[in-house]
Design a protein around this ligand. Structure first.
Ligand code: NAG
Length: 171
C-alpha cells in the first residue's frame, strides 16, 4: 500500500471514529430529574384524594426512579468532571434539594388521604426506594466532582436524606 493511500485510509477511519456520538450529559439528566420532581409535586398538591387520580402519582414516581438510575449510570460511566461541569452539576443538586423537601412536605400533608385509599405502605416503600437512589446518585456524583463541590453535594445529600427520613416516619 502506498504511503498516500495508507494516509487516506487512516483519515477515513479517523472520520468514522470522529462521527458524532450522542452522549447524554449528567447535567441534562439532573435537569430531567428536577422537572420530574416538580411534576410530582404539582400532581401531589392537585390530588383530590381519589384512588383513580392516585395512579398518575405512582407513574410520576416510576419516572423519577428511572431517571435517577439513568443519571447514576451516566455519572458512573463519566470520567472526573471538568471544573465547569462540576460546578453546573453541583448547582443543580443544591437547587434540587429544597424542591425535594417541598415535595415531600406536600406528600406528608396528604398522608391521611393516602391512608384512606390503602396506599400507605406503597408510598412508604416508594419513599425508601427513592431515598436509596438519591443516596446512590449523590455518592456517584461525589466521586466525579471537584473536592470543594463534593462538600456542597454532601451537605445537600444530608438535607435530602433528612427530608426523606421525616417523610418516611410520617407515613
Ligand atoms: C455506580 O458505581 C458505584 C460505585 O462504584 C456502584 O456501587 C454502583 O453499583 C454503580 N451503579 C450503576 C448503576 O452503575
Amino acid at each position: 500500500m502506498s504511503g498516500k493511500l495508507l494516509t487516506i485510509v487512516l483519515l477515513g477511519l479517523g472520520l468514522v471514529n470522529a462521527s458524532p456520538i450522542v452522549k447524554r450529559s449528567v447535567a441534562t439528566d439532573i435537569t430531567t430529574i428536577t422537572s420530574d420532581v416538580q411534576k410530582l409535586d404539582s400532581d401531589v398538591t392537585g390530588w383530590d384524594g381519589s384512588l383513580l387520580t392516585a395512579l398518575p402519582l405512582l407513574s410520576d414516581v416510576t419516572t423519577i426512579k428511572d431517571d435517577i438510575n439513568t443519571a447514576i449510570t451516566d455519572t458512573n460511566s463519566s470520567s472526573a468532571f471538568s471544573s465547569s461541569d462540576s460546578t453546573t452539576v453541583t448547582n443543580e443538586i443544591v437547587a434540587l434539594q429544597p424542591i425535594i423537601a417541598t415535595t415531600l412536605n406536600d406528600l406528608v400533608a396528604k398522608a391521611s388521604d393516602v391512608s384512606a385509599i390503602g396506599f400507605t405502605s406503597t408510598v412508604q416503600s416508594n419513599l425508601e426506594d427513592l431515598k436509596t437512589l438519591a443516596d446512590q446518585l449523590t455518592a456517584a456524583l461525589d466521586s466525579k466532582v471537584t473536592s470543594s463541590d463534593a462538600s456542597s453535594i454532601e451537605t445537600a445529600a444530608t438535607a435530602i436524606d433528612s427530608s426523606f427520613a421525616s417523610a418516611i416516619s410520617a407515613y
